[in-house]
Design a protein around this ligand. Structure first.
Ligand code: UD1
Length: 432
């Protein structure tokens, strides 16, 4: 397996392009199942998860055509997705187990052809992530749900879902997206209560409306969807990745550098993170095509932070902020409320000299003077990024193993960081 080797201690400076958001691109790609016409998506990042979903969609009958490969310092790739007919309604275990977001084909398939059979995603490294909210939502819309041999089979009686009121007891990004897509083609009006409000959901809803859907209340807790008979094709550009941007903002601060993160409306998309990062001492200045970020004080300030659904502080930034807090002035308390078991980076950061204690869902981080390079590995995407960030400032060399986690969510990580001054290389077949 590959590994990433980082020599710490180099200040990052320059322009860093932010890619299209993985978590927006995935549901947008699934939306292509809702129409027989072509959905042309641009600014899609080059990531392993995108390849996995493309493969899954092709299995359902989606024809994909890469119009433009994109470039590192420009837009991402542009792909046409055309689903004249759904050729299979089964999402197999072999693909779904690789990527939980595969569950997002369930709503569109059910809406388009009245049935779908999708493998249960199973457990994952950051905890037991059930799909009960998705399934209850489809039941509210008239679907019957059966579980058999590790698969969930959903059927819409008469071939069409009907509108209903879906009240989520807890906020779920994926369940909101799944029900939203399904509701666009349902008979009648669907009201989604306690909907997730993440910017990626707004991106999806805007694209669906451009395809002819009738969605209102976008970005609020209550989304109303008036079902239509048909959706049509459109062209849509994926929003920039606010988590990638936040991760590189942390990199700028930790290395005492200054980065211009390039992307449209970035500061707005990063709303959930910016307040917390400012408390820690980061300064953000909007520029023409992005945002300039640096640490505006001598040391990183210790802060108390709790993960929350948007517009709160995102769980997907928790590990990166913890890496930053290992060097804070004083101490920091980090409370994880979204996922259990999302502190898998703690033992690895501790091996690099961090002082962190965990009690349940709360981590107390006492700032240390410096971190020490070490061979490390993480079990999920954001945890892996926290180790890269620690490596950027650690004494001597850090070797990050299990690079495939990073390949899922950070486009051209090594190239991007090298271009702004990091000493970072990817070694093929030297990892564990
Ligand atoms: C999405 C993001 C992920 C992010 C997460 C929270 C994508 C592809 N992934 O994941 O990066 O960390 O939002 O912001 O967009 N839950 C249930 N039952 C369900 C669904 C969820 O109990 O049916 C729970 C989960 O276990 C978790 C919480 O709800 O505790 C939030 O999960 P959810 O918002 O659904 O996360 P994902 O959509 O999987």
């Amino acid at each position: 397996m590959d590994r990433i080797a980082i020599t710490g201690g180099f200040r990052l400076e320059g322009e860093l392009p932010i890619s299209g958001a993985k978590n927006a691109a995935l549901p947008l790609m699934c939306a292509s199942l809702l129409t027989g016409e072509t959905l042309k998506l641009s600014n899609i990042p080059h990531l392993a998860d995108i390849k996995t979903l493309k493969l899954l969609l092709e299995g359902h009958g989606v024809k994909t055509e890469t119009v433009n490969e994109g470039s590192m310092f420009g837009q991402g790739q542009t792909i046409n997705f055309t689903t004249k007919t759904i050729t299979s309604t089964t999402a197999p275990y072999d693909i779904v187990r690789k990527m939980r977001a595969s569950i997002l084909v369930l709503g569109p398939l059910l809406a388009r052809v009245g049935e779908a059979t999708v493998s249960l995603p199973g457990g994952c490294a950051i905890g037991n992530r059930p799909i009960d909210l998705h399934l209850k939502g489809f039941e509210e819309m008239g679907a019957t749900i059966e579980l058999e041999e590790g698969y969930v089979r959903a059927v819409a009686p008469g071939g069409r879902l009907k509108g209903g009121t879906v009240l989520f007891p807890t906020v779920s990004v994926g369940a909101t997206e799944n029900i939203l897509m399904a509701a666009t083609l349902a008979a009648g009006t669907t009201i989604i209560e306690n909907a997730a409000r993440e910017p990626e959901i707004t991106d999806l809803a805007n694209c669906l409306n451009a395809m002819g859907a009738k969605i209102s209340g976008i970005g609020s807790r209550t989304i109303t969807v008036e079902g239509v008979d048909k959706l049509h094709g459109t062209e849509y550009s994926v929003m920039p990745d606010r988590i990638e941007a936040g991760s590189y903002a942390v990199a700028a601060a930790m290395t005492r550098g200054e980065l211009e993160l390039k992307g449209e409306n970035l500061l707005d998309a990063m709303r959930g993170s910016v307040g917390v990062l400012k408390q820690a001492g980061l300064e953000f200045t909007e520029t023409g095509g992005g945002v300039m970020v640096k640490l505006g004080r001598d040391k990183i300030r210790g802060i108390n932070v709790t993960t929350q659904p948007y517009p709160g502080f995102p769980t997907d930034m928790q590990a990166q902020v913890m890496a930053m807090m290992t060097l804070c002035d004083g101490a920091s308390v980090i409370n994880e409320t979204i996922f259990e078991n999302r502190f898998m980076h703690v033992p690895e950061l501790t091996r690099m000299g961090a002082d962190i204690t965990v009690h349940g869902s709360t981590a107390t981080v006492r700032g240390v003077d410096h971190l020490l390079g070490a061979p490390v590995m993480a079990t999920d995407l954001r945890a892996s990024m926290s180790l890269i960030l620690a490596g950027l400032v650690a004494d001597r060399q850090t070797f990050v193993n299990r690079v495939y986690h990073l390949d899922r969510g950070y486009e051209r990580l090594v190239e991007k960081l090298s271009a702004v001054g990091a000493k970072i290389v990817r070694d093929a077949n030297l990892g564990i």
